[in-house]
Ligand binder design. Structure first.
Ligand code: SAH
Ligand code: AVI
Length: 333
C-alpha cells in the first residue's frame, strides 16, 4: 500500500542513497520513519518487527535451535503430541491463515493433522523467508494452494480472494503475540476476529510465566546468537539508512520486568558517542539504552482473559509437563 511519506524524509532518502527511486520503496520509508522517530524519543525505542530482515530471520532460526531457548522445541512437542486432538477441535474449515509464519516449520505439523485445509495464507513482514517457507511447504503438502502475504499483521485488513470464505482457521505460533503490549495484543485479536470471521478457530502459542533463571538465559544465550540478532538491527540501519553506527560500541542486554511480566531486549551504548542516520545526528550518553523488543509472558488464565476481552471464547489450552509453554484454542461465536 502506498504510504504518506513526509516530504523531508523523502528528500533525506534521496540524498543518502545511490540507488534509483528510493521514493518508490514504501518499506524503506516505513523503516526510516520508525528509526528517526525511535532514536529521537526518550527513552529511545525501535519497533521489533524491524529485527526480521534476511539476516535477522536467519539468526532467529538459529535462536530456535539453542539449548537455552525452550519455546520452539516445547511448542513443537505440543503440536506433535496433541496434533490430532487440536485438529479435531479446530474443525473442518478449508482456509488456514498464519500470522508471523516465519519458516512455517510448525505449520507443516499442523497441516498434517488438518486434512481438509486446501488454502494457506502465511502473513509475514520478512518477504524472503516467506518465499522460502512457501517453497519448502509446497514440496511437502501436495495440492495446497499457498498465497503468501508480505504485510504487517497488525495492519492486515483483507485477505487474498481465494481465502475469502466465511469460516477460517488461524494460527499464531512462537508466542509472537508476546512481542505486542497487552493493548496491542487486544487490538491484534480484534482484527484477527474480523479477518477470520464468525465460527473461526484460532490456535495461539503463548509463552508461560516462569522463573527468571530460565527466562534470562533464553534471551541472553552463551553463544551470543540473541546478541547478534539484536545488534543486527543496528547493522540493518547502517546498510539501509546510511548509518555510521559502530556495532562494537553497543551491547545486547535482556532483562525481566516482573511487574509487566515481560523480557525486554535493549541495546546499551558502551560510550558517550554520536551516531548518524540519514544525515541526522543522535547523541548517546554512556549506558543509554535503545529498547528493541518486549516478550510478554502470560499465565493460562491471563491469556484467556485477554482473549475474552477481544471477543474470543477460550476452548482449550494445552501445556507441557514443565509448564513452560501453552497452546490456546480460541473460538469466535
Ligand atoms: N511463527 C514462527 C516465527 C516466529 S518469529 C515460529 O514460531 O517459529 C516472528 C515472526 O513474525 C518473524 O518471521 C517475523 O518476520 C514476523 N513478524 C514480526 N512482527 C511482524 C508484524 N508486525 N507483521 C508481520 N510479521 C511480523
Ligand atoms: C518471535 N518471538 C516470539 C521471539 C521471543 O521469544 O520473543 C523473538 C526473540 N527475541 C529474542 N529471542 C527470540
Amino acid at each position: 500500500m502506498e504510504r504518506d511519506i513526509p516530504h523531508t524524509l523523502v528528500e533525506d532518502l534521496e540524498r543518502s542513497s545511490n540507488v534509483a527511486s528510493p521514493r518508490l520503496d514504501p518499506a524503506r520509508a516505513d523503516f526510516a520513519e520508525a528509526v528517526l522517530a525511535g532514536l529521537a524519543r526518550k527513552p529511545r525505542s525501535l519497533p521489533c518487527r524491524f529485527l526480521y530482515d534476511a539476516s535477522g530471520s536467519a539468526l532467529f532460526e538459529e535462536i530456535t535451535q539453542l539449548p537455552e531457548y525452550y519455546p520452539t522445541r516445547t511448542e513443537t512437542g505440543l503440536l506433535e503430541t496433541y496434533g490430532e486432538e487440536i485438529a479435531e477441535r479446530m474443525g473442518d474449515a478449508r482456509v488456514l491463515v498464519e500470522f508471523g509464519s516465519g519458516s512455517s516449520r510448525k505449520t507443516s505439523l499442523l497441516l498434517s493433522a488438518l486434512h481438509r485445509v486446501s488454502v494457506y495464507v502465511p502473513i509475514d513482514v520478512a518477504g524472503e523467508s516467506l518465499a522460502e517457507a512457501a517453497e519448502w511447504l509446497s514440496e511437502r503438502h501436495d495440492g495446497l494452494a499457498i498465497r503468501p502475504l508480505v504485510a504487517d499483521f497488525t495492519k492486515t485488513r483483507t485477505l487474498p480472494i481465494v481465502a475469502r470464505r466465511p469460516r477460517k482457521l488461524g494460527f499464531f505460533s512462537g508466542s509472537t503475540i508476546g512481542n505486542l503490549t497487552h493493548d496491542e495484543a487486544r487490538a491484534f485479536l480484534l482484527n484477527a476476529a474480523h479477518l477470520l470471521g464468525r465460527g473461526a478457530s484460532f490456535l495461539v502459542g503463548v509463552d508461560l510465566k516462569k522463573d527468571p533463571a530460565i527466562l534470562i538465559p533464553a534471551y541472553n544465550d552463551e553463544r551470543g546468537v540473541t546478541a547478534a540478532f539484536n545488534l543486527n538491527l543496528l547493522e540493518r540501519i547502517n546498510r539501509e539508512l546510511d548509518g555510521d553506527i559502530d556495532l562494537d560500541r553497543f551491547a545486547h542486554d535482556a532483562v525481566y520486568d516482573p511487574t509487566q511480566g515481560r523480557i525486554e531486549m535493549h541495546l546499551v551504548s558502551l560510550a558517550s558517542q554520536t551516531v548518524r542516520v540519514l544525515g541526522r545526528a543522535f547523541r548517546f550518553a554512556k549506558g543509554e539504552r535503545i529498547h528493541t523488543e518486549n516478550s510478554h509472558k502470560y499465565s493460562v488464565e491471563e491469556f484467556q482473559a485477554l482473549a475474552r476481552s477481544a471477543g474470543w471464547t477460550p476452548d482449550h489450552a494445552w501445556t507441557d509437563q514443565d509448564r513452560l509453554f501453552s497452546l490456546h484454542l480460541l473460538r469466535l461465536e
